[in-house]
Design a binder for this molecule. Sequence first.
Ligand code: ZN
Length: 394
Amino acid sequence: MSAPIINDTTLCDGEQTVGVAFTLDQRCAIAAALSRAGVAEIEVGIPALGEDEIARIKAIVDLNLDARLMVWGDLTQRDLAAALRCNADIVHLSIPVSDIRLQDKLQKPRRWVLEQIARVIAEAVKSDRKISLGMEDASRADPAFLVQVARCAQQHGAQRVRFADTLGVLDPFSTYEAIARLRDAVDLEIEIHAHDDLGLATANTLAALRAGATHANTTVDCLGKRAGNAALEEIVIGARHLLGRDTGINTEALPAVCRLIEWASGRIIFSDKSIVDRGVLTSDPSDRTGGITKHRRTHEEFEYPQPGRQRSVALGEHCGPQSVHQAYSALGVSVAEWLVPLLLDRIRHFAAQYKQAPSASDLYRFLAEAGETLDLRLAEALRALKLDLSRTDS
Ligand SMILES: [Zn+2]
């Protein structure tokens, strides 16, 4: 099976996240960063939105990036005409294919879908662009009709179909079946577009790649409307480790790309969710032996990209003596063995009370307090000893 090709839609679907709007400079910076990281295709906008959008798309086209650029439109003559003004490499034209969308949204019969393909795709392929047909709400469409649509697209010269799980209703098993059926039916590129409503976008995308999809549509850090799309960083690392297939993307570049999106979107990346963020580089707090620093593979399957990021120690209610040593050695303090039980006690109490790990200054304070406690205990012990001695004397 060939290497999966990433088509990143952070600038298109991703910008539909509530409250996210990138400036022109941010859009150009994001496109350049994605391309530099090795993302092969970038979906950059919707020309039919008007002149402003076309200007924004052209600004990215003018960057002459290595990545191929795709523009999005509905499967109409009007959207095709707007798309062709942008000089993008790939024109993606989308149409609903489920009965529920055709009837409720457009009041059109299935036959109309095939007629639109014959009309608009046939026109589109006369350009020198690669043409992709978007099958909106494919996951709720009649599978037999879906095959008919894909065959029709192939017959009229499209090079790709995009299977859109528009509402995020699939699981990996049904995704695999649906893509395998399409794979058998047509000789086209097949792209998977998965939404994360059930937290399955990554699983479904990987299942689709396993079933024969050639392209995966992603967004950085799962950006996108409602629950978002399949996360670029998860697909890249998942494809490599679970499918043994390399997307050609430099994973070392991904943390910086995620930081850029965090800044441009004003949205904090969930540290425990993102495979490229802080959370995954925090040691397992229940690891009492400190094994992760000695035997990484015992505790982590993946090689997490970590440029500029330090592995940290999780200090919580469940941490062990080794975590105490590691946390203090990260501060440049070597802690004597006999102090560790006292420090461990303080750290655990702190974590239980404040529901967070102690900061560096908390750790210094614990150290000072532990010393004082020991002094007190020593004084007590000496007092007791003196008393004992005086008794012996008498
Ligand atoms: Zn979508």
